[in-house]
Design a protein around this ligand. Structure first.
Ligand code: AMP
Length: 299
């Protein structure tokens, strides 16, 4: 495994590796992350390893996707451990650029995906998705991957990036990967380290609330959107420390709101329950698709 910090060096290494493999149609798989790697990230690397010839992992805490009062400075970092995880998963190249390498001067070009970024995390974190789409577009231009692997943990991010790739004819396929959870149901996240033991235990109400919604949707054919949403909210509010940012039931990947009285079974599109909840200072997100889509885009 090679560790690379410069953009030009990364491009040269990928070119050299493609040449070394000396076979036609060598594919590059790309896993962008902010590091502090866990089994969720590892699952993306595994999929990339299975599907593509050359696996590139990036570790970059992207300042432009953080708001002024968010946790950019304190975001957990552990490069040594990350490198060990990447090595174990068979990554070929780890790209760890500095902020100066990625933004030698403040970017004057921003990619904005409208229609999908106004709700959910886009509403709570203004400018967040512009930062994500801009850095991912830059990374795609640098790495030129054939496949890029993203976790459905960040379902809105998958929807937004798929739209970007389709709208701008970027020659890359976005591969959504399932949410990895602890055995007790908590969705893996680098930010889980912020939780106290008490907050962590109360945060289990998130995955529980999604299971309640799933079960109810299986048991009652006539269940409505507002009934589903209320079930989720009442399960979460059993945890006294939970402060709900949003609980939404939307179409996926269009992220369109659904009428409250609409019955789930009458909706012809995939439906997602998405939530963001704060426990103390830590904001956690989770979601569940009541129906599933595999590959969302192919260019
Ligand atoms: P991050 O480092 O948080 O920016 O995440 C990098 C990638 O890992 C994103 O595509 C995330 O959606 C994905 N990811 C994070 N947590 C999980 C998880 N629990 N299961 C699956 N993928 C995840």
């Amino acid at each position: 495994m090679i560790t690379v910090r410069g953009i030009q060096e990364l491009i040269s290494q990928i070119t050299a590796m493609k040449k070394d493999l000396s076979k036609p149609g060598v594919t590059v798989g790309f896993v962008p992350t902010m590091g502090f790697l866990h089994e969720g990230h590892a699952s993306l690397m595994k999929q990339a390893r299975n599907k593509t010839d050359i696996v590139v992992l990036s570790i970059f805490v992207n300042p432009i996707q953080f708001g002024p009062n968010e946790d950019f400075e304190s975001y957990p970092r552990d490069e040594k451990r990350d490198l060990a995880v990447a090595e174990k998963e068979g990554v070929d190249i780890v790209f760890i650029p500095s902020v100066e390498e990625m933004y030698p001067q403040p970017t004057k070009t921003t990619i904005q995906v409208s229609g999908l970024t106004e709700r959910l995390c886009g509403a709570s974190r203004p400018g967040h998705f512009d930062g994500v789409t801009t850095v991912v577009a830059k990374l795609f231009n640098i790495v030129q991957p054939d496949f890029a692997f993203f976790g459905m943990k960040d379902a809105q991010q998958v929807a937004v990036l798929t739209q970007m790739v389709n709208d701008l004819n970027m020659p890359v396929t976005i591969v959504p990967c399932p949410i990895m959870r602890e055995t007790d149901g908590l969705a893996l996240s680098s930010r889980n380290v912020y939780l106290s033991a008490e907050e962590r235990s109360q945060a289990l109400s998130l995955s529980r609330s999604l299971s309640v919604a799933q079960k109810a949707s299986e048991e009652r054919e006539d269940i409505t959107i507002s009934e589903l949403r209320n079930l989720v909210i009442s399960e979460i509010t059993k945890s006294p420390a939970a402060v709900i940012d949003y609980v939404e039931v939307l179409t996926f990947p269009g992220l369109q709101p659904l009428a409250e009285e609409q019955q789930l079974e009458q909706i012809q599109e995939d439906v997602i329950v998405a939530l963001a909840v704060k426990f103390g200072k830590t904001r956690l997100i989770d979601n569940h698709r009541l129906k599933k889509v595999e590959v969302l885009s192919r260019v």
